[in-house]
Design a binder for this molecule. Structure first.
Ligand code: FAD
Ligand code: UDP
Length: 377
């Protein structure tokens, strides 16, 4: 009998498996439908010997010391600060928009103080910021919104920014200086030997068994367990009883070139040209030294694996119905990007699963204490 059956071997499932097995001494079975662990963070060496990310570029960044230290038990880190250039008006300019971006695009020589005045002169006053369009226009105005955000967002989501929650474009801030890093988090680093190796270290514990190539539905009625943790799409768990939650997918096209470098930085975004949104060159992320180089193009699509929950009001309302069903269940728990329908980064998923672990073990302690108290009355 397993104490826990965990569906999904991504960050959400693996963190819980590791904590439950290692700290709470629970017997855990992880069931994963794919043929590998790591979920969407899975990486592998392609047949040229270059480390690539199967489900698109994954760059680790967090402000949480707790999350960084926790993952640091399973990997050494390679410091890495991601930089992105956007192809706009025939130039490659830094994104997030910064002093260099504005000076290059407008042929100006502003300093930081003047940059704020520049933004203010372009920004439009919007009383209540609700959508992804509002966020950008209220900061930098319509022209920059159209150059950098409108086309990219339409490609990525097949929706106009005005149809998406403010949280989506808020992920990309505006800089008031020359800082050209994509993220400003306190901890920015990549697992030195890759994500898959880190997952392997997390999951190699005698209390953890892993079943790959298996949809949990094939075995859930056969293998006995006490509690279930589900990290797949929450609507699929409930057989879509309220209808399907919308997800956005991506088709990844990989290519390898017989030269050391393909492009000038880790990622180049294409807001206004090509059917793909961005190209990432893996060696920038991994630091690998190799005489060839591999890249990935991202083509957003409606069909395919559910990669992105789509943040907009009607979807959140539908999710809340599933969440209410989930909350009414005993001994079944939902976590992760798909399990809670949240556009979460890896570190947020780790934090969420660490919190669920605390909840599970604290309520267990309470149950045991109550049982113990009853025996003595
Ligand atoms: P997943 O990794 O999706 O794991 C869920 C697992 O459950 C999957 O392996 C799935 O196969 C399995 N599963 C589902 N249903 C079943 C079933 N019925 N039976 C058995 N198994 C099942 N985050 C960052 O922090 N930085 C980045 O740069 C970044 N880049 C990203 C780029 C892309 C293109 C995408 C799509 C995401 C990116 N993310 C990034 C987000 C990151 O991938 C997620 O936050 C994280 O991987 C979520 O982990 P998870 O365990 O919740 O979900
Ligand atoms: N975005 C954009 N132009 C860009 C980069 C991002 O319009 O050049 C918007 C777009 O809506 C995107 C969102 O900002 O989906 C979040 O970007 P991020 O790079 O965080 O996306 P992710 O890496 O999660 O795909």
């Amino acid at each position: 009998m397993f104490d826990y059956m965990i569906v999904g071997a991504g960050f959400a499932g693996s963190v819980l498996a590791e904590r439950l097995a290692c700290v709470a001494n629970k017997k855990v079975l992880i069931v994963e439908q794919r043929d590998h662990i790591g979920g969407n963070a899975y990486d592998y060496y392609n047949h040229h010997g270059i480390l690539v990310h199967k489900y698109g570029p994954h760059i680790f960044h967090t402000n949480s010391k707790k999350v960084f230290d926790y993952l640091g038990k399973f990997t050494l880190w390679r410091p890495y600060e991601h930089r992105v250039l956007a192809s706009v008006d025939g130039q490659l300019v830094p994104l997030p928009i910064n002093l260099t971006t504005i000076n290059s695009l407008y042929g100006l020589q502003l300093n930081c103080g003047q940059l704020e005045e520049f933004y203010n002169s372009k920004a439009e006053k919007i009383d209540s910021i609700k959508t992804s369009e509002d966020v950008v226009i209220s900061k930098v105005g319509k022209e920059l919104y159209e150059k950098f955000f409108k086309g990219y967002t339409r490609k990525q989501w097949d929706l106009d920014p005005s149809e998406l929650d403010a949280s989506v474009t808020s992920r990309v801030p505006t800089r008031i200086n020359k800082d050209d890093r994509y993220f400003t988090d306190s901890y920015q680093a990549m697992p030195l030997h890759g994500y898959t190796k880190m997952f392997r270290n997390m999951l190699s514990h005698p209390n953890i068994k892993i079943m790959l190539n298996t949809d949990y539905k094939e075995i859930v009625d056969i293998i006995p367990y006490h509690r279930l943790i589900f990290t797949g799409p929450i609507d699929s768990y409930f057989n879509y009883c309220y209808g399907r939650l919308p997800y956005r997918s991506i088709e990844f096209r990989f290519d390898t070139f017989d030269k050391e470098t393909f492009q000038a930085t880790g990622t180049i975004n294409f807001p206004n040209e090509h059917p793909y949104t961005r190209i990432t060159e893996f060696k920038y992320l991994t630091g690998q030294i190799h005489h060839k180089t591999s890249i990935v193009y991202e083509y957003p699509t409606a069909d395919g694996d559910p990669y992105y929950p789509i943040p907009r009001r009607e979807n959140t309302e539908l999710y809340k119905k599933y969440q209410a069903l989930a909350d009414s269940m005993s001994n079944t728990y939902f976590t992760g990007r798909l399990g809670t329908y949240k556009y979460y980064n890896m570190d947020q998923v780790v934090a969420q699963s660490l919190t669920l672990f605390d909840r599970l073990t604290q309520s267990k302690i309470k149950t045991e204490l109550n049982g113990h108290a009853k025996q003595h009355t």
